[in-house]
Design a protein around this ligand. Structure first.
Ligand SMILES: C[S@@+](CC[C@H](N)C(=O)[O-])C[C@H]1O[C@@H](n2cnc3c(N)ncnc32)[C@H](O)[C@@H]1O
Length: 515
């Protein structure tokens, strides 16, 4: 074993070698292989920042360190840099894959690390307090539930139940099981920092994990990285660092939520009472939602609009066509209805119409929407029949078409004046766009359609000027509010499901109706 001072001097050099090795090992694997075991290394700078923060939380006690998914050891390297080596009383790392585990072993030979080339989820936790760990830092494998075999999933659920009494949802990914299974590895009062995808904060299958964080341990802080500053570009997830102490929470416990920037210098921060988290479906709304109108008993868009997704055609390339294509294919006019081009092709957020309600667009599109049974089409519209015949072999095998009868049937959808784009990419044109549609075109499922209800429908009546006012109010909803209401994916991609759009505060519409 190297002497502490000697090791301290050598760590920088070993770390440089580790980074080179990590890259070389990554290159030998296809993205699919790395996906299967969630092999995305933590960048060195982030690992250091994480360990600096851990040091603040743990204080200057001797540290017993555990990384249950160590890879080549990014966090271990940071531990040796941020802590006096003499204070490292024990360090254990698990790695299931020798491809990363063997270089890790070689790199850290002669240091306190005990590397176990094993499946962490199948290892027995230490029975005695003295052999447990007071610092657990981990970037667990992000393996989605559908990549877990059902027998493995069952075993993981059992392990989680045994370890914490938490029955994780069948849709929970491997990372959630890592957190619960690691519970009995922590000594009383231990600190844990988990670098995980932030989706658990918002989705139904994150509920049990959130309950664990609120009741079994003391949740100290969640830092959510801004997905436009993605930590793991290749993994395409938006990540959060979840900090907890292995201790039951106190009564009026508050959790620190930070967002953006870095762990030490977040862009926004706020304290959220644990009691409020208990009832909040979406934790990613914090800290932005602190004090926002959403929680101040205001009405939401759902009170004023019925929100429905645009139609899913089952095969846009077949059912949606230009007027020229429709003419070539000989589709009778009565089976064509106007449909808006996708948001990226839509030239303006206000869609004008001619006298017959057709949209005035440079690139108009038609939807093939015929409700006649096949026998009648064959007799009455031979050209349309030929077109359908040509598509049927392939399309009847597709999910949506195979469930429709006849297979070419389209969903019934009325046009509406208000649409909202379903997805948006921040940095490229901001958040979701609201469209004012004066035509009778409908939208496909790249849009959400908003149908005014009751008081709002009465207010608008048949007056385009009033409809325009409503559109202005929708466009005026602050981008933070839209972002907090939806879900964010890696690379800054925002999505808004119909229910989420319906939950957006609508103070502006309330004010409009009151004036
Ligand atoms: C997200 S990487 C993190 C690696 C490293 N700790 C870092 O931060 O750079 C997850 C690592 O866990 C390993 N792993 C996956 N499943 C595992 C399991 N069941 N037990 C132990 N390690 C596992 C993967 O091979 C991968 O090296």
């Amino acid at each position: 074993m190297r002497a502490p001072m000697q090791l301290k001097r050598a760590v920088g050099r070993i770390e440089r070698r580790r980074l080179v090795l990590q890259q070389a090992r990554d290159r030998l694997r296809s993205p699919q292989q790395r996906n299967r075991l969630g092999q995305f290394a933590t960048p060195g700078a982030l690992a250091r920042e994480t360990l600096q923060y851990a040091h603040q939380l743990l204080g200057s006690r001797p540290v017993r360190f555990l990384d249950p998914a160590i890879g080549t050891g990014s966090f271990y390297a940071a531990l040796l840099r941020e802590w006096p080596v003499a204070d490292v009383a024990a360090a254990t790392g698990f790695e299931i894959d020798a491809h990363y585990g063997e270089p890790c072993r070689t790199l850290w030979q002669g240091t306190p690390l005990r590397l176990r080339l094993e499946d962490f989820t199948a290892a027995a936790a230490p029975a005695s307090q003295a052999r447990r760990y007071n610092l657990l830092i981990c970037n667990p494998p992000y393996v989605r539930h559908h990549h877990l075999q059902s027998s493995a999933k069952l075993r993981l659920q059992q392990q989680s139940l045994l370890a914490t009494g938490v029955r994780l949802n069948g849709l929970a990914g491997l990372y959630a099981h890592f957190i619960t299974i690691a519970h009995p590895w922590m000594s009383d009062d231990a600190i844990a920092g988990w670098l995980i995808p932030s989706e658990f904060m918002d989705v139904n299958y994150g509920r049990e994990l959130k309950r664990y964080l609120l009741h079994t341990v003391t949740l100290l802080r969640i830092h959510r990285f801004d997905p436009t500053e993605v930590q793991f570009r290749d993994a395409l997830v938006s990540s959060a660092l979840v900090w907890l102490r292995n201790q039951r929470p106190g009564n009026a416990h508050q959790v620190e939520f930070t967002y953006g920037g870095s762990l030490s210098q977040p862009r926004t921060r706020g304290l959220v009472p644990a009691s409020r988290l208990e009832s909040a479906a979406k934790w990613s709304a914090f800290p932005a939602a602190l004090g926002s109108a959403r929680f101040a008993a205001g009405l939401t868009l759902g009170e004023y609009f019925r929100v429905q997704r645009g139609i899913a055609t089952g095969a846009n390339a077949f059912f949606i066509m230009t007027p020229e294509q429709a003419a070539e294919r000989g589709i009778p006019r009565q089976y064509l209805r106007p449909i808006l081009p996708g948001p990226r092709q839509l030239e303006s957020d206000e869609v004008f119409a001619d006298d017959s309600g057709e949209p005035r667009l440079v690139r108009g599109l038609w939807l093939l929407d015929c409700r006649l049974p096949e026998e009648l089409i064959r007799v009455q519209h031979p050209q349309l029949w030929r077109y359908l015949e040509a598509g049927s072999a392939e399309l009847t095998r597709r999910y949506l078409c195979s469930r429709r009868s006849p297979w070419y049937l389209q969903e019934a959808r009325e046009p509406t004046a208000f649409l909202c784009t379903y997805m948006a990419r921040r940095g490229r044109g901001g958040v979701q766009r609201f469209i004012y549609n004066r035509s009778r075109a409908i939208g496909a499922n790249s849009y959400l359609m908003l149908y005014p209800r009751n008081a709002l429908a009465r207010f608008i009546g048949a007056d385009p000027a009033r409809a325009r006012l409503v559109w202005q109010v929708l466009k005026g909803i602050a981008s933070e509010v839209m972002i907090a209401g939806g879900r964010v994916y890696g690379g800054g991609l925002h999505k808004l499901e119909p229910g989420e759009l319906a939950s957006i505060p609508a103070a502006g519409i309330t004010a409009l109706l009151q004036n």
